[in-house]
Design a protein around this ligand. Sequence first.
Ligand SMILES: [Zn+2]
Length: 283
Amino acid sequence: MISYLVYICLSLVLILGLLKKSIDLNVIRRDATREAVLVSILNSIAGPGQFLSYLTFVGTSSFFTRLGREYKMSRLLSKDIYGRDRLQVVAVGLLPGAIGSICIILYIIGLRDTASKLLLIPLAMIATSNADTWASEIGVLYKGKPRLILKPRLKVEPGTSGAVSPLGIVASLGGAATIACVSALATRLTEYVLCDPNYSMQIIFMIVLVSGFVGEVSDSIFGYVLQEKRRCRICGTICEHEYHCGEPTEHLWGIKSIKGEHVNMMAQAISGLTCLILTSLLL
Ligand SMILES: [Zn+2]
């Protein structure tokens, strides 16, 4: 218990230090500070395993967001270069943070088996967010046009929700695998993780990887079905912009008020559910 309290104090210092750096480097916007602190604390309360996975997500996502910065800015491909806003910070970090913290409470009140079983859910959710960020930030650097996930014969503008490219798919697998790897190692490297020591690292890796990737695929499907799609009346390009080629675009399908962040949270829920099913079957 004392070592856990020492860990919490150290992680608080780390969070505050990294926060300043994150604002300076445009990883998050200044007005999202409060949300970023809350979400980081929740993910650290859940224990060193989850905190390491969360930090890996924040670090690698920021790196890939900055990758090809000039190209993305010149083609308006990523507004995230200017930093994540409040809704984005909450959408990726709140669910895993809350579930991880619940696991700790369950553990403290003596429900250790249940805590052990639920422990991988937030890790799978972080894997989905990491896969999604890697897919979009690396995927937009793909030189060809991406295709809609459920209508692959339709090419769309880079950055359109529900669009996939070969580079994006490889990137998303890499993103999920990285978190799966960190999760599997972290359950062994630190002694304050709730994880049942009988769980094999390979199984933990596979569960987090598969759930993370399933979550990312469902992110593309939800993005395809729910987010608004429009078509340029001049060149026929399918996109999400109100204007293209200097003319207003026409509505095709989808709901304007559904944002990427709503889709991200639904994808995390699918990832968590997949993880729960796999955990009950395999562990
Ligand atoms: Zn056009």
